[in-house]
Design a protein around this ligand. Structure first.
Ligand code: HEM
Length: 574
C-alpha cells in the first residue's frame, strides 16, 4: 500500500505509549521558565502579557515539534498542517452534504487553546497517581456512552466504547482505518517491528511470526520452562520465609514477575544466549522500555538517547548470535530435523533460509533486520504486559481472601502438594477452570492495554447503526477499559468476581478485549495466559498472602496502569 506511514499503527500499547510520549514531551517543555532579566521592572499587566505570550509561543513550539515527531513522512506532515488550518475539512463537509453525515461525537476536538487545556489535563492525570485513564474516565462520565471527542497534542481524539464500534474498528483490517504509531516507537523497536509496520508489511510479518505461537510443542515446552522458573522462584521465597530473617516473607510481586517473564520469553526467543549476555539484554530492554515514555531528545544523558544506545547493543548481540549460528552450521543441522525444541530465532532463520530456494513462495521471507526488530518487539510486548497482569491478579486475590481460600482448595485437589516437584503440563493447565476464570477476571479488571488507537484514512463512520461521523486524520481509540466496566455488560463491574465467567458466554462479541481483536489480536495471548495460570497455581498452592502496603496509588508515567509500590505482599507458607 502506498499510504503514508503516519496512517499505520501504533503499538499494542501504542495508545498509551504515544500519549505518554507526547505527555512526557509536553511536561518537559512546560517547566516554569526562568524569570526574564529585569522582570521586576515590568508593570503587572506587561508581566502577565509576557507570560501569556511565552505560553502561546511554547505551546506552538510543542505543537510543531509534535507534528514533526509523530509524522512519518512529508505527506502526513502536510495533512496535519492542513487539518490545523481546517479549510480542507470545511470544504469536504460541504461536498459531502450534511444529510450523508452522522452526528459528530460529543465534545470539542479542535482549537489550539482547547488542545492546550486538554493536554495539560492529560499530563496532570498522568502525573497524579490516579493514572492516565482518569482523564478518559472523567470525560466518559461527562458525555456518557458510546463515546466522546477531545483534542490532545493538536490532534482530534475520539474514544468509543460500544461493542459495535469496537467491531467496526478492530475487525480484520477495516476499510478506512489503520493502526497508529509514532515514529519514535519505530526508532526504538525498529521500522520492521510488527507494532510499527504498514498494513501490507504487517500482513506478511504476521504470517511469518504467528505460526511460532501456535505450534503445540513450542507451547508445551514454554509452559514447562516457565513452571521450572516459577518453582525456583517460589522455593527461594519459601526458604527465606522459613529462615525467620527480618523482612523475610515479604516480596514485591512486580519485580519478581518482571524477572521471571523476561527469562521465560527470552529463552523461548533466543535460547542460547550466555548468562552474562542475557543479563545485559535485560538491562537494555528495560532502557528501551523506559525510552518509550521519554521525550524524544537525542542528546547524551537523556532517557531517549539511552534507549537508542540500548537498542544498538541489542541489535549487535542478535546480529552476532545469527552470524554464529550460520558460521557453526547450526541452521543446516537443525534444519534437517526440524522439531519443537527450536527457539523462535532458529525457526525464523531456518524458514528464511528455506524460502530462498527458488521453488518457495518468498512472501513470508524475513530479512535479518526484520527478524531482529521482531525479536526485540516480542520481548518488549510480552514482558511488561504479563508481569503487570500477574501483579494485579495477586493484588485482587489479596483483597478477596475468601475467594483465595476457595481457589486454593480447588487447586490443591487438582495438583496435590506432594506432586509439587513434577512440572505442570498443558493438560494440567486445561483442567484448571476456576484458575482460568480468575485469570480472565483479573485481565478484565486490570485492562492492561486500556485503549487501542486507530487513525481514520478517510471520512467515514464508526458503528454504522449508532455511531459517529469521523473525519480523515482523526484518531479513534477503542476504549477497552470502559467496555470492561460497562454495567450493562458486566454486573457489578468494579467487583472482582471470577464466577461471572461461569457457564455459557452470553456477553456480546467485542465486549471482552483484553488481548484486542481482529487482525491485530495479541500474538502472545496464549503464552500470557499460560504464565498467569502457572504463577497463580504455584503461588496459591504454596502460600497464603496479604498486602504489605495498602497504598493503591498508581505509578506515574508508567506504560501500563500499575501500582506505584509494585504490590508488596506478606507470604505465609501453607
Ligand atoms: C497479559 C499480557 C498481555 C496483554 C494484556 C496483551 C495485550 C495486547 C493487546 C490488547 C494487543 C492489541 C493492541 C491493538 O490492537 O492495538 C496486543 C498485541 C500484541 N501483543 Fe500482546 N499482550 C500480552 C502479552 C503478550 C505476550 C506475552 C507477547 C509475546 C511474547 C505479546 C505480543 C504481542 C504482539 C507482537 C502484538 C502485536 C500484534 C500485531 O499487531 O499483529 N503480547 N497485545
Amino acid at each position: 500500500m502506498g499510504k503514508p506511514k503516519l496512517f499505520s499503527i501504533v503499538s499494542m500499547d501504542g495508545g498509551m505509549r504515544h500519549h505518554q510520549l507526547e505527555a512526557a514531551a509536553c511536561q518537559s517543555q512546560s517547566l516554569p521558565p526562568p524569570p526574564p532579566a529585569g522582570a521586576s521592572s515590568f508593570c503587572g499587566i506587561s508581566l502577565v502579557a509576557a507570560v501569556c505570550l511565552f505560553l502561546v509561543a511554547a505551546w506552538s513550539a510543542i505543537y510543531c515539534l509534535r507534528v514533526v515527531i509523530t509524522s512519518s513522512n512529508k505527506d502526513s506532515l502536510l495533512l496535519k498542517l492542513k487539518g490545523w488550518i481546517s479549510k480542507e475539512e470545511k470544504s469536504r463537509r460541504h461536498q459531502l452534504g450534511d444529510n450523508a453525515r452522522r452526528p459528530e461525537p460529543p465534545g470539542r476536538g479542535s482549537g489550539w487553546w482547547w488542545s492546550a487545556v486538554e493536554t495539560l489535563a492529560f499530563v496532570a492525570a498522568n502525573g497524579s497517581g490516579r493514572g492516565f485513564y482518569s482523564f478518559v474516565h472523567a470525560r466518559h462520565r461527562r458525555h456518557g456512552p458510546p463515546g466522546f471527542r477531545t483534542a490532545l497534542f493538536g490532534a482530534t481524539h475520539v474514544f468509543v466504547s460500544s461493542p459495535d464500534a469496537a467491531r467496526s474498528l478492530l475487525a480484520a483490517e477495516p476499510a478506512g482505518f489503520s493502526k497508529r504509531y509514532v515514529r519514535t516507537a519505530a526508532d526504538l523497536l525498529g521500522e520492521h517491528s510488527l507494532l510499527c509496520a504498514s498494513h501490507a508489511a504487517h500482513r506478511s510479518l504476521r504470517r511469518a511470526v504467528a505460526p511460532l505461537f501456535s505450534a503445540r510443542g513450542a507451547t508445551a515446552s514454554f509452559a514447562a520452562a516457565f513452571d521450572a522458573l516459577t518453582l525456583r522462584l517460589m522455593r527461594g521465597w519459601a526458604a527465606s520465609s522459613s529462615s525467620g530473617r527480618r523482612g523475610a516473607g515479604s516480596v514485591v510481586v512486580l519485580d519478581a514477575a518482571l524477572g521471571v517473564t523476561f527469562e521465560a520469553i527470552c529463552d523461548t526467543l533466543v535460547a542460547t544466549l550466555p548468562r552474562d549476555a542475557k543479563r545485559q539484554l535485560q538491562g537494555d530492554v528495560l532502557a528501551v522500555t523506559r525510552a518509550m515514555l521519554a521525550f524524544p531528545l537525542r542528546l547524551p544523558g537523556t532517557r531517549f538517547h539511552a534507549g537508542l544506545r540500548a537498542r544498538k547493543r541489542i541489535v549487535e548481540v542478535l546480529r552476532l548470535e545469527i552470524a554464529s549460528r550460520r558460521r557453526d552450521g547450526c541452521l543446516r543441522q537443525r534444519g534437517d530435523h526440524g522439531g519443537d525444541d527450536m527457539d523462535f530465532l532458529q525457526s525464523l532463520l531456518l524458514r528464511s533460509q528455506q524460502q530462498q530456494q527458488p521453488d518457495k513462495d518468498d512472501e513470508a521471507l524475513l530479512t535479518d533486520e526484520q527478524i531482529i526488530d521482531n525479536i526485540l518487539t516480542l520481548i518488549i510486548a510480552g514482558q511488561v504486559t504479563t508481569a503487570t497482569a500477574i501483579t494485579w491478579m495477586v493484588k485482587y486475590l489479596a483483597d478477596s481472601r475468601d475467594f483465595q481460600e476457595t481457589l486454593r482448595s480447588v487447586q490443591l485437589q487438582l495438583a496435590p502438594k506432594q506432586d509439587q516437584d513434577s512440572l505442570l503440563t498443558l493438560q494440567h493447565l486445561s483442567s484448571m477452570e476456576l484458575a482460568y476464570k480468575t485469570v480472565k477476571e483479573s485481565l478484565r479488571m486490570a485492562s492492561i492495554v486500556s485503549w487501542f488507537p486507530r487513525v481514520a484514512l478517510e471520512d467515514c463512520q464508526v458503528a454504522a447503526a449508532t455511531g459517529f461521523q469521523i473525519n480523515k486524520g482523526w484518531i479513534v481509540n477503542v476504549d477497552a477499559r470502559s467496555l470492561h466496566y460497562d454495567p450493562t455488560i458486566y454486573d457489578n463491574p468494579t467487583t472482582f468476581d471470577p464466577w461471572r465467567f461461569n457457564g455459557e458466554d452470553t456477553k456480546p462479541p467485542y465486549s471482552f478485549l483484553v488481548f484486542g481483536a481482529g487482525g491485530r489480536t495479541c500474538l502472545g495471548m496464549n503464552l500470557a495466559k499460560i504464565m498467569m495460570l502457572i504463577f497463580l497455581h504455584r503461588l496459591v498452592t504454596t502460600f497464603r498472602w496479604e498486602m504489605a502496603d495498602e497504598d493503591t496509588s498508581l505509578e506515574k508515567w508508567a506504560m501500563f496502569p500499575r501500582l506505584k509500590n509494585g504490590c508488596p505482599i506478606h507470604l505465609t507458607p501453607i
